[in-house]
Every structure is written in C-alpha cells, then in structure tokens.
Design a binder for this molecule. Structure first.
Ligand code: SME
Length: 176
C-alpha cells in the first residue's frame, strides 16, 4: 500500500528522502501488477480498465476515486467508461467543463492541490479535496484520460504524475 506519510516532513530531511524513495519503489512494483493485469487473456477491454481502477484505488491510500473517461469527438464530450469508488452522476462531461473537460482541450496533465480554489471544477463529492487528471494518447491523439480524486488536500505530486503517465502509456500500447 502506497501512503503519503512524508507530507509533513521537510524536503531536505533524510526521512522525507527515504519515504520518497520508498514510494517510487512501491509505484514500480505496482507497475508490474498493472502490466500483468493488462496482459490477462479472456478479460475484455472494459473489464481490464475497471480492474486497473480497482487495483490503483486499493493499493494507493490517497486514491479515493479512480476512473477512465473517453472522448466522444462528435459530441465533444467525455464518457465515463470504468471507475472504482462511489458512483458519480458526472458520467458525461462536455469538453472544456471541469478539470476533466479542460484536459480534453489542453492535452496537458492537470494536478489540483485544492479543488475549492478552482472556478472551473465539477464536484463529485464534498469529501474530495484534490484531483489529478492525465490524458491518454493513442498514436499521439488525446482519446481520454485517467481521473483520480483524493480526500486528502495536496495529495498528488510528480511521482503520481509519472506513474499515471506510465499507466496510460501502457494502456495505450497494449489495449488500443
Ligand atoms: N472533478 C471532475 C469531475 C469528475 S469527478 O471527479 C468523478 C472535474 O472537475 O472535471
């Protein structure tokens, strides 16, 4: 289980550096589990995406909701295809709306330390304090995204970003 134990430590302290190294090692272990899940036979694409969501939510303590949205280009909206966590009413998100809709347009990773400070934000639950959205590219084209909510403020950092970029690249390479 990957935990955010280091958050209150000073960046120069040995303990902080130790926790950061440990977290990266644990993310590396989790990568192997994501890969074997993707390579499973007899499991369809939707089910694999759902299993990835379940795995990440179960193994990373600050991931409280994990979902994959995919683009419907004709309608310029995102459709929720797989998730783990509380069901959300936001299963369709127009391009440009909320953090997810902005990523559909910008093609950039979006890390939000404090969702309350965002004026273009769609609240899924009052418990959510921070969020990360990483676009998913297939042959260089943004076709969807992974969206993660946390009940902890400032939950996401570069390690999460690098890990999730890797997850999406792996999904793209082996599932599309
Ligand atoms: N908060 C997102 C909406 C999706 S939920 O987090 C599941 C947004 O602002 O786009």
């Amino acid at each position: 289980m990957i935990k955010q134990k280091y958050r209150n430590l000073h960046e120069d302290s040995a303990k902080y550096k130790y926790f950061c190294r440990k977290k990266v090692m644990e993310f590396n272990e989790l990568k192997h589990r994501v890969s074997s899940l993707i390579e499973k036979q007899d499991v369809n694409q939707d089910e694999k995406l759902r299993l990835i969501c379940e795995l990440l939510k179960a193994e990373v303590s600050h991931y409280d909701w994990v979902g994959f949205y995919f683009q419907n280009e004709d309608k310029e909206e995102l459709i929720l295809k797989a998730f783990a966590g509380e069901p959300t009413e936001h299963t369709i998100i127009p391009f440009g709306k909320g953090i997810c809709g902005q990523v559909a347009v910008s093609n950039d990773n979006f890390l939000v330390d404090d969702v309350k400070a965002q004026n273009n934000y769609i609240a899924c639950s009052i418990d959510v304090k921070s969020e990360i959205v990483i676009p998913l590219f297939v042959n260089g084209k943004n076709i969807g995204q992974i969206d993660i909510d946390s009940h902890t403020a400032k939950a996401f950092d570069k390690d999460d970003e690098d890990f999730l970029v890797w997850v999406n690249a792996e999904v793209s390479k082996k599932m599309f």
